[in-house]
Design a protein around this ligand. Structure first.
Ligand code: C2E
Ligand code: MG
Ligand code: MG
Ligand code: MG
Length: 291
């Protein structure tokens, strides 16, 4: 029957839903072997300074090169990995891979330091071994701590109290940057900004979406972005806008004082080699990639 809906109703058997559930169960069951067989890969999306288009960071985004289903995006399997606990070893693998790539870029292109930004799931943040793990990965890969940023969602932050808060403080003490991901879409209990050493806010794409002329939603969203940027700057936090797709959006965000932007306008997530190629090219600006 329909579980947990609290209404005690018998659900009608729905073959489509049941197929979806068993497909998800099969994917979830395949996660441990996939990790063992090295089927995951990390793509990187540039984060650029809105003032001059310089790439200052990249976000690490995991993909699963599934032997039968092809390249799967994280929305297909991260939730499953969180439910099964596989997110802890998978997240650790992503962190290692990202720090290894970041360390190589830092060595080969010392004049153009790139911050590598890695997403942390709730389960990872509340894992008591997280600080030791981050410290070990930094030591093993040689990535300078200031070139690592960890992205936490508001729900991850809200789920932290006690020990996890100490973990986040200890990670900040290592010199690692902390960012709030999808800012403005979670519980937005701003109290955490007072008790956590956060360095930046990533404005959720939904506030960026309407920032183009002619959209009736634009005025409201402009005011929201304006207020959030002021809040961030008043607290000495930098602001990254997510899902920037058009030049018009980038122009508005720049006028509103956003520091950095990320989105298809500046480049989609790409394999590490493509970031390397871009760093090796003389032109580090995004003008040639955008379009
Ligand atoms: P996120 O951290 O908010 O990452 C940004 C998402 O926006 C990425 O989706 C990116 O591909 C997508 N995006 C890029 N440019 C544009 C654009 O111009 N417009 C729009 N609308 N979207 C754009 P992706 O790669 O599918 O990742 C989805 C989510 O999966 C991420 O959202 C993140 O929450 C999660 N995720 C990805 N990798 C990891 C990981 O290693 N660990 C954990 N815990 N979560 C991860
Ligand atoms: Mg993120
Ligand atoms: Mg985000
Ligand atoms: Mg997200």
């Amino acid at each position: 029957w329909a579980k947990g809906d609290g209404r005690g109703r018998w659900a009608v058997y729905d073959p489509e839903r049941s197929a979806r559930d068993s497909a998800a169960a099969a994917l979830a069951a395949g996660l441990p072997l996939a990790l063992e067989r090295d089927e995951f890969t990390v793509h990187y999306q540039p984060i650029v300074a809105l003032s001059d288009g310089t790439v200052c960071a990249v976000e690490a985004l995991v993909r699963w090169q599934h032997p039968r289903l092809g390249l799967l995006g994280p929305d297909r399997f991260i939730g499953l990995a969180e439910e099964t606990g596989m997110i802890v070893p998978l997240g650790r693998w992503v962190l290692e891979q990202a720090c290894r790539d970041g360390s190589r870029w830092a060595r080969e292109y010392p004049d153009t330091p790139l911050v590598v930004s890695v997403n942390l799931a709730v389960r990872q943040v509340s894992d008591p071994g997280i600080v030791t793990a981050v410290g070990a990965v930094l030591r093993d890969t040689g990535l300078p701590p200031k070139l690592l940023q960890l992205e936490l969602t508001e729900s991850a932050v809200m789920a932290t109290s006690g020990e996890p808060v100490r973990s986040l403080r200890r990670m900040a003490a290592l010199g690692v940057r902390l960012a709030i991901d999808d800012f403005g879409t979670g519980y937005s209990n701003l109290a955490y900004l007072r008790r956590l050493p956060i360095h930046s806010l990533k404005l959720a794409g939904q506030f960026v979406e309407s920032l183009r002329s002619g959209d009736p939603q634009a005025l409201v969203d402009e005011r929201i972005v304006d207020a959030l940027v002021r809040l961030a700057h008043a607290l000495d936090l930098s602001v990254t806008a997510e899902a920037v797709e058009t030049g018009g959006q980038a122009d508005r965000l720049r006028v509103l004082g956003c520091d950095t932007g990320q989105g298809r306008l500046f480049g989609a997530p790409v394999p590490a080699e493509e970031i390397t190629a871009r760093l090796g090219g003389r032109d580090r600006s995004t003008t040639s990639a955008a379009g």
